[in-house]
Design a protein around this ligand. Structure first.
Ligand code: ZN
Ligand code: ZN
Ligand code: ZN
Length: 390
């Protein structure tokens, strides 16, 4: 057996062996070359991946940085905006970041939002868009109350306060007040020059007496229709309840028979009395219970500690004698709602959000949160409750 290989090798024609070897080496060279090419391709791919990866991280870092402070995000947008109008692709903006001279944040914001400030923002930018903006973004409601002894640290006299209102409602957070100055100067430029603040900061005790006043007033004059399952706030909707002469015993409708009143329910002659009747169903209405009135008052007012007014960051403002739904859809109300975010404010209780905020639409109540958060909420259609919880 041991000889076989020898014999084979011996039998092999000499001329063929080298040829075979040559072929083998040729194949080897080819394999090595292919391997080298593959190696090069792999290395090149890895290098490209690494480079692209670095770029992405860089972009992410710059986005993270730009979102940490409002002024930086302003710079960020300024570079995007300083390109030709069509070049709004995010890639271009991030590429331009390093090479372009950052514009003033105000201009960057103007470009982003597509509206120019008419008021000179030089002195107001730091208040509309402060560095500690996140400190202003929090919810005050029954779930997130303020303590009875909480008083905001930086209260000043509100510049646009209506002097006929109680002086104890005239204070406002200093930053919010400056931002409001810019806001209402801008409003004046557009012709809405008679908007004043009727209530800004309210203390815990002040809110307690306001709430009690609303409650006492409503329980005295409001009605409930059990047939319609409706609570009628007579201050706002006096027309929902009408006074009619009815049977004094059963409130049934009486008709005149031979000069006498005849109750169609009692089927007998009846005494008539003036009673309150639901204008819709014509059934007698009743006074609400304390629980019913409390539930109702809480749709437009708040118990002490749960009012946003205690934060010093909001205000009621309009050009009417009272804060009522009469302000809704006025040119003033519409302008304020559409421009509040440009000055760091939000319409705190927008229409159709009572199921989220717990409070009915208040076209006069604006809350300061700073421009970045305000703009985001405005663009996404979010309430402060949703913004803070989401
Ligand atoms: Zn009757
Ligand atoms: Zn009714
Ligand atoms: Zn208010």
């Amino acid at each position: 057996m041991a000889t076989q290989p020898q014999r084979r090798s011996g039998n092999t024609p000499q001329g063929r062996a080298p040829q075979r070897r040559k072929k083998k080496t040729k194949l080897n060279y080819l394999n090595i070359a292919i391997a080298l090419i593959i190696c090069c391709m792999v290395i090149a791919t890895v290098l490209i991946c690494l480079l692209v990866g670095c770029d992405d991280e860089g972009a992410q870092e710059s986005i993270a940085e730009s979102s940490t402070t409002a002024s930086e995000s302003g710079k960020d947008e300024s570079s995007a905006v300083s390109n030709p109008p069509e070049s709004s692709a995010p890639e271009q903006s991030s590429q331009a970041e390093s090479s372009q001279i950052p514009l003033d944040p105000t201009e960057a914001y103007e470009q982003y939002i597509g509206v120019e400030y008419m008021v000179d923002m030089t002195d107001y930018e730091q208040y509309v868009c402060p560095e500690n903006e996140s400190e202003f973004v929090f919810v005050v409601n029954p779930k997130h109350p303020l303590g009875s002894d909480y008083v905001p640290p930086n209260l000043v006299k509100c510049t646009y306060f209506r002097e006929t209102q109680p002086a104890s409602w005239s204070k406002m957070d200093a930053t919010a007040n400056k931002a409001l100055e810019a806001f209402l100067q801008e409003a004046a430029y557009y012709g809405f020059d008679d908007i004043t603040v009727t209530s800004a900061y309210r203390s815990y005790n002040s809110q307690a007496s306001i709430y009690q006043r609303y409650f006492d007033n409503d329980i005295k004059q409001d009605y409930v229709c059990d047939t319609c399952s409706e609570y009628f706030d007579i201050s706002y909707f006096p027309e929902k309840v009408v006074k009619e002469k009815r049977c004094n015993a059963c409130f049934g409708v009486c008709t005149e028979v031979d000069g006498e009143k005849f109750c169609e329910s009692c089927m007998s002659v009846a005494d008539e009395a003036v009673i309150a009747v639901c204008a819709k169903c014509k059934n007698a209405v009743r006074r609400p219970t304390e629980a019913e009135t409390e539930a109702h008052v809480l749709t437009y007012s708040t118990k002490p500690g749960t009012s946003e007014h205690q934060s010093g960051l909001c205000c009621d403002m309009h050009n009417l004698s009272n804060s009522t739904s009469a302000f809704d859809n006025t040119p003033e109300a519409l302008w304020l709602a559409a421009n509040a975010h440009r000055f760091g404010f939000i319409l705190r209780y927008p229409p159709n959000t009572q199921h989220i905020t717990g409070i009915k639409h208040e076209s006069w109540h604006f809350r300061y949160v700073g421009r970045t958060a305000a703009t985001e909420m405005y663009e996404k259609g979010l309430t402060l409750d949703e913004y803070c919880e989401g």
